[in-house]
Design a protein around this ligand. Structure first.
Ligand SMILES: Nc1ncnc2c1ncn2[C@@H]1O[C@H](COP(=O)(O)OP(=O)(O)OP(=O)(O)O)[C@@H](O)[C@H]1O
Ligand SMILES: [Mg+2]
Length: 113
């Protein structure tokens, strides 16, 4: 199991979610975040609303998946979020030790989807 974190431009969220749905990836956590990349929040201010501290508004998309869904999930995020411009975002992929559905107590591969 993997835990995929995508940091993307807020205006790309709808496209990313639609592409995830097309790949039958429905379970997702989305949050508004602020952050900065290697331009340190300066060069792409024309794209993102700027917050104090040279931080730019981004959207964080988090998806826990079984291994066979890693590639489809990454394809959906990159396909929806890549405009070819700085600040398009980043994807982090972490090994996921466990997943537990609280209601049923299911664990692992059956709990994740
Ligand atoms: N190494 C990192 N650690 C934590 N968060 C990061 C890291 N790199 C990027 N981020 C987050 O991702 C957001 C988008 O990053 P961004 O796309 O600007 O990356 P970049 O490395 O600067 O690439 P680019 O040159 O294409 O802009 C940042 O605002 C920040 O929130
Ligand atoms: Mg950047």
């Amino acid at each position: 199991m993997k835990y995929i974190i995508g940091i993307i431009q807020p205006d790309r969220l709808d496209d990313v979610l639609q592409r995830l749905t097309e790949k039958e990836i429905h379970l997702v956590t989305v949050s508004s975040v602020v952050g900065r990349g290697r331009q340190q929040g300066i060069a792409e201010v024309y794209r993102s609303h700027k917050e104090p501290g040279n931080l730019l508004r981004k959207v964080k998309v988090e998806i826990a998946v079984n291994d066979e869904y890693v590639e489809p999930a990454v394809d959906a995020i990159t396909g929806g979020a890549n405009s070819g411009n700085i600040g398009d975002g980043k994807i982090f992929i972490l090994d996921l030790a466990e997943c537990i559905r609280i209601r049923t107590g299911e664990k692992g591969n059956t709990a994740i989807g």
